[in-house]
Design a protein around this ligand. Sequence first.
Ligand SMILES: CC(=O)SCCNC(=O)CCNC(=O)[C@H](O)C(C)(C)COP(=O)(O)OP(=O)(O)OC[C@H]1O[C@@H](n2cnc3c(N)ncnc32)[C@H](O)[C@@H]1OP(=O)(O)O
Ligand SMILES: O=CC(=O)O
Ligand SMILES: [Mg+2]
Length: 536
Amino acid sequence: MTTIPTNPYPLELSITGEMHDGYRDVLTPEAIQFIIKLEQKFGDRRQQLLADRQERQLKIDAGQLPDFLPETAQIRKAEWTVAPLPTDLQDRRVEITGPAGDRKMVINALNSGARIFMADFEDANSPTWENTIQGQINMKDAVRRNISYTSPEGKRYALQEKTAVLIVRPRGWHLEEKHFRLEGRAISGSLLDFGLYFYHNVQALMANGTAPYFYLPKLESHLEARLWNDVFLFAQDELHIPRGTIRATVLIETILAAFEMDEILYELREHSAGLNCGRWDYIFSYIKKLRNQPDVITPDRAQVTMTVPFMKAYTSLAVKTCHRRMAPCIGGMAAQIPVKNDPVKNEEAIAKVRADKEREAYDGHDGTWVAHPGLVPVAMEVFNRLMREPNQIWYKREDVQVTASDLLAVPEGVITEEGVRTNISVGLQYVEAWLRGYGAVPIHNLMEDAATAEISRAQVWQWIRHPRGVLQDGRKVTEALVKQMLTEELQVLKTAIGLERYETSKFPLAGQLFLQLVTEDDFEDFLTVPGYTYLQ
Ligand SMILES: CC(=O)SCCNC(=O)CCNC(=O)[C@H](O)C(C)(C)COP(=O)(O)OP(=O)(O)OC[C@H]1O[C@@H](n2cnc3c(N)ncnc32)[C@H](O)[C@@H]1OP(=O)(O)O
Ligand SMILES: O=CC(=O)O
Ligand SMILES: [Mg+2]
């Protein structure tokens, strides 16, 4: 535990994370003061909005399904646009993402040839104290083009002349930073991530001709967007930065936000840089929010693709909504990553990514995400071929007519034993890595992160409870069956890595946590919340 020797703040503050090299360069007294102000000003509103989420869930459970809001009909009807895009956000055809805390990856991503690098404190980042603060050090050094790294093998990494534009994704509103407590209460992870990045870098970014850009994750309503907008206004005013300097792209990755896309853009219109279709969390949210509806159930995770009707409806509506408001609509992440040492499988993976990017470009997206530098040329070739201008905001998609029932349409397909086992095995492997501090991992040649793992555990939870949670062979998915499969899948993993590695791994804890998440009656809103109690 690190105590601040003389506490200059009027409130009781404790920062309990260990202090390593460079940490005091980001946790400066002035930056801490700024974070305290943000938390004092916005902490209670965040808590209230989280409580509103619970109330909304009760209404959905009682049969009041999500719909477009009558009270904001005027915003949807009226003609307005978001503020003009800054020059360096006009062409976002390929965006690479990766955990902010991994210094080597940050350099590789900036050098990857992608237009944008989204440095992630969310889905791809396990929020250990070390990842959080090292992530801020990495950001500070990257903004100043003063970032380098030498690998244990002696390979040296430094920035090339031309690098990607930086966008930072702070944690979602549900996550807290337990190492930073004010009056005994953990502060918001979102405000910490946003506040440190903004405080340290706004001046340097502006001097470089860019600005603080953010991706905002997991919003569930326009009121949550309003909170972000108010945070931006306050932060800019505090540091005497012109209003509208910050620009933010909101991930539409919850089923509820899909009904409020116009409203979200409107709330942020002075700061908006458009929307992104965060497909993995979106599928998770669809399952989570509708989990108690008698007629809603999803088939095997692999069958819930981007072309199932509810996914197609939401991405088309996102493009149409953005373009009407002169905002870009960025596509999402295909899960495939390059396959090492198997050219045939590698070509199959690349072909799947290419097809996904072609679909996005044809549908009108203004750019897309990739998970790996090896996929930058693949996505770049597609968007260069299919999107000749910097973006295709001109493509208004007036053909798109999406209703509430289109957004809620239940996907068809079957649940198989392999589907249940894959969910369990992938969930275990992901949670094990996350508990060790790795927020994105390759499993079976697919990128897995917090959002994809959430789908796996949410499906298992629902299949146990739903009367139609029945395998193709007629067996009901039950708690007993899941427990048996989990024991077997853990055994498979133990055999694969060997007893010695297993015993020093986090698999026993991951098994316990995963079992708890899928068997307890109350559905945990995010696996990362109980998981966080185990993180350093
Ligand atoms: C649902 C969502 O939110 S999607 C967005 C969040 N998810 C992500 O950001 C995932 C990003 N991707 C990754 O983290 C990684 O690609 C992984 C974990 C899936 C795979 O990583 P690895 O196993 O290291 O891949 P691999 O061994 O093929 O890497 C080869 C090289 O590419 C680099 N690399 C791989 N992915 C990335 C990336 N996203 N950004 C920068 N560099 C990367 C590696 O650092 C490595 O560099 P080196 O050759 O200098 O050592
Ligand atoms: O954040 C992106 C997603 O797909 O989830
Ligand atoms: Mg997400």
